[in-house]
Design a protein around this ligand. Structure first.
Ligand SMILES: Nc1ncnc2c1ncn2[C@@H]1O[C@H](COP(=O)(O)OP(=O)(O)OP(=O)(O)O)[C@@H](O)[C@H]1O
Length: 252
């Protein structure tokens, strides 16, 4: 087995005195897509947000467990959160481009990290939009407001914005649930191409999507990890009865 890029062990999280995660342990190998599935409220988003410390912003949250990212403790008190969220970026359910041009959206992180030349920015913007598979659709309108594009295009512009700062890991929280089927399949194709370079962790309610694009699938229920496995095997021969019941629609 390849050394994991990110390893999480025995993760517990409480909102006040309500424990939402009861000891989740999952590892992520480089250049893989892992799908996190499970019924509403089981803790998928909560766990995903732990991976780039987005829960730190919520009051009264207590997190324990170990999070090892490239040999470093993700929760080290002196961790640089801006750098961390550059290395482990997140894409949300609703596309959230900034209300300015496509070019400025993608260049945003570059400007935060230094003072690149106009040429360097132009090259990086084109590169990132190509990687996010949206270049052909926006290349003649780079100065147009990103919000004037379709939801699927906006989501790929958000992915390009994230890629421009060279992350290692891309977290996606139901990135296609607000999109039409064609846009969704374009995002899926984009993610499968991106896996050659990045490590991807995606929360999805869509079981077909998990089976189509992921290498590994993890099933969560009531704050516990029930089962994780190689995706084909996971869907064909789940080991746990609860997984089988969920996959066959008995609950969820
Ligand atoms: N900010 C918060 N404050 C308090 N409780 C929260 C907060 N966010 C989530 N929870 C609770 O934590 C539990 C897990 O929620 P979470 O959103 O992580 O589940 P989920 O599996 O992602 O659900 P969904 O699929 O509906 O998005 C739920 O009981 C939820 O009510």
């Amino acid at each position: 087995m390849t050394t994991p890029l990110l390893s999480t062990k025995n993760v517990h999280l409480s909102y006040g005195d309500h424990e939402a995660l009861h000891g989740i342990s999952l590892d992520y190998e480089p250049n893989t897509i892992t799908a996190l599935i499970g019924p509403s409220g089981c803790g998928k988003s909560t766990y995903l947000r732990c991976l780039n410390r987005m829960n730190d912003m919520i009051a009264n949250v207590t997190i324990t467990g170990t999070f090892n990212f490239k040999g470093q403790d993700l929760y080290a008190p002196n961790a640089n959160l801006v750098a961390l969220r550059t290395q482990i970026g997140m894409v949300f359910q609703q596309p959230n481009p900034f209300p300015f041009s496509v070019r400025e959206n993608v260049a945003y992180g570059l400007r935060l990290n230094g003072r690149p030349s106009r040429t360097a920015i132009a090259e990086k913007v084109e590169w990132a939009l190509k990687q996010a598979a949206v270049w052909d659709e926006v290349k003649d309108d780079l100065d147009k407001n990103a919000l004037s594009f379709s939801g699927g295009q906006q989501q790929r512009i958000c992915i390009a914005r994230l890629l421009a700062v060279s992350p290692d890991i891309i977290l996606l929280d139901e990135p296609t649930s607000a999109l039409d089927p064609i846009s969704s399949s374009e995002i899926e194709a984009t993610l499968m191409a991106l896996k050659k370079t990045y490590t991807i962790i995606i929360v999805t309610h869509n079981l077909q999507q998990a089976s189509r694009i992921s290498d590994r699938t993890a099933f969560m229920l009531n704050g516990d990890l029930v089962e994780v496995g190689e995706t084909n095997q996971f869907f064909l021969t789940p080991e746990q009865q609860a997984t089988s019941d969920y996959l066959t629609g008995k609950f969820g």
